[in-house]
Design a protein around this ligand. Structure first.
Ligand code: ADP
Ligand code: MG
Length: 250
């Protein structure tokens, strides 16, 4: 089943001399349970692409189908609903609410849905257990480590059972050991629980967990690397990705 289908997507910022083609005819299809990593230099359009997919900004040209819904002409109201129901976000700096406990942070996105409170509470508890925070559900973010805070953010991204999880540099502010723990959790969510994930990263180690790596350059998809059924072990994957980055001068 196709979760995301992007055809001929272009996005221009500014006008005249200030015009920047942030996205230039992007084609991308992502199936349920797939884990796609996006790499590319700063300014190559990675965040713009995620913003378009989640309807945070409009686009002039092309088509985005998110679980069958064509979002091009959606109103702000429809886009807000789509984001709430179908997309989970994970950010570089976690974006947790400091005055709320772990479980309150996780349940927050479900406050605006019709799911009943008890059910949401139970689901949040289950998710926090799944990410290894079962004994920290009442802790506030500031007493937890960066890795633990990002795990709360993962649980929060999943509370509304989204069709698609979007992560923009989710390991960008974590050390390498914590990044690995995070990636193991995300990979497990993708391979065992069939969550669909698009993750932006600069780090070949992080990208090596994906089924597919998409390399962006100047608003275009410059290359794609299929890692599923590649037969490569993780060290070999990291080497292949790093050499692509080198060749493409990303
Ligand atoms: P990346 O995430 O790969 O670093 P971005 O998607 O943030 O790149 O940016 C792609 C290009 O679009 C850059 O040249 C950037 O300056 C430009 N850009 C992004 N957002 C805006 C905006 N809101 N207004 C004007 N230009 C923007
Ligand atoms: Mg960015």
């Amino acid at each position: 089943m196709t979760v995301l289908s992007i055809k001929g997507l272009s996005k221009v910022y500014g006008q005249g001399q200030n015009e920047v083609k942030a996205l230039n005819h992007i084609e991308l299809k992502v199936k349920k349970g797939e884990f796609v990593a996006i790499m590319g230099t700063s300014g190559s359009g990675k965040s713009t692409l995620l913003n378009m997919i989640s309807g945070l900004d409009s686009f002039e040209e092309g088509e985005i189908l998110l679980s069958g819904e064509n979002i091009k002409d959606y109103s702000d109201y429809e886009l807000t609903r789509l984001r709430r129901e179908k997309v989970g976000f994970i950010f570089q700096f976690f974006h947790l609410i400091p005055v709320l406990s772990a479980i309150e942070n996780v349940t927050l996105p479900a406050m605006f849905t019709s799911v009943n409170k008890g059910e949401v509470q139970k689901k949040a508890h289950d998710l926090l257990r799944l990410v290894g925070l079962g004994s920290f559900i009442h802790s506030k973010p500031n007493v937890l480590s960066g890795g633990q805070q990002q795990r709360i953010a993962i649980a929060r991204a999943l509370i509304n059972e989204p069709e698609l999880i979007l992560a923009d540099e989710p390991t960008g502010s974590l050390d390498s050991k914590t990044s690995k723990e995070m990636m193991n959790i995300l990979q497990q969510f993708s391979s065992e629980l069939r969550h669909t994930l698009i993750l932006v990263t600069h780090d070949a180690n992080v990208a090596s967990y994906a089924n597919r790596v998409v390399f962006m350059y100047d608003g275009k998809i410059a290359d794609t690397l299929d890692l599923s059924n590649s037969g490569l072990d993780s060290q070999e994957k990291i080497r292949v990705i790093a050499s692509k980055v080198e060749v493409l001068s990303l």
